[in-house]
Design a protein around this ligand. Structure first.
Ligand SMILES: *Cc1c(COP(=O)(O)O)cnc(C)c1O
Length: 476
């Protein structure tokens, strides 16, 4: 953390909130990841006050904050949960799903915490490389890898999971043409069924991902595919996501393990040596109560597939949302308020550009809206049902409707918690709204909050360049 170091702001942690945040000793997981809801809220309020005191919201009406200690704690919690379940020495790679938070400083922070990267294409692969993540700690998954992308991945030595029979056929030619250090696997769709969110359900009977395991003849085809390709050494599944219950995820992994055993029995050797079990742990967006609960997932896996933890397979995981979501906060100014048709509306600077899924599918992706006053103190007062709107020019740009909150006023702030994954890290360019700045924050040994700029707010020159500014006359 170097830039934008705040002087002592007077915003300090209380005795319990400070526990474990001052040092890297141990995992810190108990202090942050396992903190109670009240402590989580206290730390967040501390960051909000410090952001206001540090002038972050004077420069821009919308800023995004990432809790660095919280991210570290979740990474440590993940690592510890699987380390505790596996025999010592079992190879494990926790590859962070880059799409959840495609920010180079975040990938670097996670790499420092011992994690690798799961990239879903050449852009994310470039980010992982820019963060200094070694090729052997990167996994490339994507259903649409071009021949050029595959060649580059094999040259680099990153792990590749083939998504389809045609991709496997393409890999045949590439592997024959030049040697590679890349471990190569096959993604299967266990067809174990959908979760609560259709758009995020990867293991339905007709999902677009992987090679379907229960289709007629598929199992035999897959076993044969491995026997014909001695260089295939991995199996991959990513059957969970937000809305998928743990037992359903564990069932997908059980199918994966059973197929690996079948391949290895047919091969007469341990050809499949690594199982990539994907990510998908859901996050509770409704309260501060629960952490990522990797230990609970490991326990569910152990119950469903005890042999997964006997050390006979190396493990790869690909968690995204559960590592980052909790640690992100959108902080936006209320610019105006009005009452229309009897309904109070607060017009803020946070809308579809940072909460795209919430705005377009509010029933599926509800977010909490936390009221703060202009000084960054939690706002109290009688609750009034009001709409919280964003800045975009379409009527549906709403973060919340009829939300019971103290009546918001111009100059107040709203905080939107749990937005560290797939929200402001996946901004949407509607109305040429700029990508907001992202500031990491952490408390120093003195208890004061310090900020570090992780992504600058997009400036006008960059917006114009992105809009073809250098090609002004191209269509004349
Ligand atoms: C999106 C994705 C992940 C991460 O999913 P989360 O729900 O964010 O944990 C992991 N693996 C693959 C292949 C993905 O597409």
């Amino acid at each position: 953390m170097t830039s934008e170091r705040l002087p002592h702001t007077g915003a300090r942690t209380g005795p319990d909130a400070a526990t474990g945040t001052g040092s890297d000793a141990g995992t810190g997981a108990g202090a942050v990841g396992g903190a109670g809801a009240a402590a989580v809220a206290r730390r967040r309020d501390l960051a909000v006050r410090a952001a206001v005191a540090g002038g972050l919201l004077e420069r821009e009406p919308l800023v995004c904050l990432l809790d660095v200690d919280g991210i570290r704690a979740s990474a440590a919690e993940l690592t510890a949960a699987f380390a505790a379940a596996l025999p010592p020495g079992t190879p494990v790679l926790h590859a962070f799903a880059v799409k959840a938070a495609p920010l180079v400083p975040v990938l670097r922070l996670l790499a420092r915490a011992g994690l690798g990267c799961e990239a879903a294409g050449p852009g994310e692969l470039a980010l992982a490389r820019a963060a200094g993540v070694a090729p052997e700690r990167i996994v490339l998954d994507s259903p649409a890898k071009t021949a050029g992308e595959l060649r580059a991945a094999l040259d680099l030595g990153v792990a590749v999971n083939a998504d389809s029979r045609q991709e496997l056929a393409r890999l045949d030619g590439l592997v024959a043409a030049a040697p590679t250090a890349s471990p190569v696997g096959v993604r299967i769709n266990p067809q174990t069924g959908a979760g609560a969110i259709a758009a995020l359900s990867t293991a339905t009977a007709t999902s677009k991902f992987g090679i379907a395991l229960r289709d007629p003849g598929a199992r035999e085809w897959l076993v044969r595919a491995f026997l014909d390709r001695p260089w295939l050494t991995r199996l991959h599944v990513h059957s969970g996501s937000q809305g998928v219950p743990l037992p359903l995820m564990a069932q997908g992994v059980r199918e994966l393990h059973a197929l690996a055993e079948e391949v290895n029995a047919a091969a007469g050797r341990r050809q499949v040596d690594t199982l990539d079990i994907g990510g998908g742990l859901p996050v509770d967006f409704a309260s501060d109560a629960a952490g990522p609960a990797y230990a609970a997932y490991a326990a569910a896996l152990r119950g469903a597939v005890p042999a997964l933890f006997d050390g006979s397979y190396g493990l790869v995981t690909e968690f995204g949302r559960s590592l980052l979501a909790r640690h992100g906060l959108v902080l936006a100014r209320v610019e105006y308020t009005k009452t229309t048709g009897g309904r109070p509306i607060a017009v803020t600077h946070a809308g579809v550009q940072v909460a795209t899924r919430t705005v377009y599918a509010p029933a599926v992706w509800p977010v909490r809206v936390l009221p703060y006053d202009a000084r960054g103190a939690p706002k109290t007062g009688e609750a009034v049902a009001q709409d919280v709107a964003g800045p975009a020019c379409f009527a549906g740009d709403l973060l919340a409707t009829a939300r019971e909150l103290p009546r918001l006023e111009p100059g107040d702030l709203i905080g939107v918690p749990d937005t560290g994954a797939y929200f402001f890290t996946a901004p949407y360019g509607y109305n040429s709204l700029p990508r907001p700045g992202v500031h990491g924050w952490a408390t120093g040994p003195d208890g004061a909050v310090r900020f570090a700029l992780a992504r600058p707010a997009q400036d006008e020159a960059s917006l114009v360049a992105e809009a073809g500014g250098a090609h002004r006359d191209a269509l004349l």
